[in-house]
Ligand binder design. Structure first.
Ligand code: NAP
Length: 188
């Protein structure tokens, strides 16, 4: 939690826990319309969206959403001149609480949407992580969900190590092999 707000991660990964290829592009094999509908609807309900400079979700409703964009180009918190509902935020110079207060985010979920370093930064804080998997896709040499992912450490291992437990996977698009696992923080 951040104050009263739950912290919720959203990602779609390949079978080998990658969110993008080595160049930072998301291959078509991990894009799915049903997952996009789920993701965009969740972001509509969120109090704020948080992401790195390369991970804007796009779509027709994105401009309405309050957002923090992580960047080292600012010292702490600064307006994003091209997006009135967004602030640039450098966690080295300001806490997430102060950035959310400056943003004027209301009560509700704080949606963390990547990329790799940002997903890793919030690992100790997730109350829920919505992990969509494209089981038929593999992205060798790609960008992992979390920086610590390696052949001996899966994304699931990391979520479990940080106190979350996964639900049984449910189909998002059975024909395409896309499933969703909801990882939830367990009471201490
Ligand atoms: N499959 C999925 O669910 C999913 C989710 C998200 C993204 N993606 C894909 O993954 C690609 C690669 O993502 P990425 O990891 O390169 O992108 P990213 O996190 O969106 O952007 C990286 C940039 O964010 C800023 N940043 C990240 N961590 C920071 C920190 N701790 N402090 C301050 N600034 C920080 C830095 O910006 P500055 O250079 O301005 O300092 C950094 O260069 C994206 O382009 C997207 O296509 C996929």
């Amino acid at each position: 939690m951040i104050g009263k707000d739950s912290v919720e991660g959203y990602a779609i990964v390949s079978a080998d826990d990658m969110i993008a290829d080595a160049s930072g592009a998301m291959p078509a094999t991990i894009r799915n319309d049903a997952d996009q509908r789920f993701f965009q609807a969740a972001l509509d309900r969120a109090a704020a969206v948080v992401h790195g400079r390369h991970s804007h979700e796009g779509g027709p409703r994105a401009g309405r959403r309050k957002r923090l964009v992580l960047t080292r180009r600012v010292a702490s918190i600064a307006p994003d001149p091209s997006h009135p509902n967004a602030l640039f935020w450098n966690p080295a110079g300001a806490t997430v609480e102060s950035a959310l207060a400056a943003l004027g985010a209301g009560d509700g979920a704080i949606a963390i949407i990547g990329g790799t370093e940002v997903f890793g930064l919030f690992l100790p804080l997730y109350d829920v992580f919505h992990l969509t998997r494209a089981a038929r896709a593999k992205i060798p040499g790609g960008r992992p969900l979390f920086p610590q992912v390696n052949p001996q450490m899966t994304a699931e291992d990391l979520l479990a190590a940080h106190g979350l437990r996964g639900s049984p996977a449910r189909d998002v698009d059975a024909a395409a092999g896309i499933t969703l696992t909801t990882w939830q923080r367990q009471p201490a």
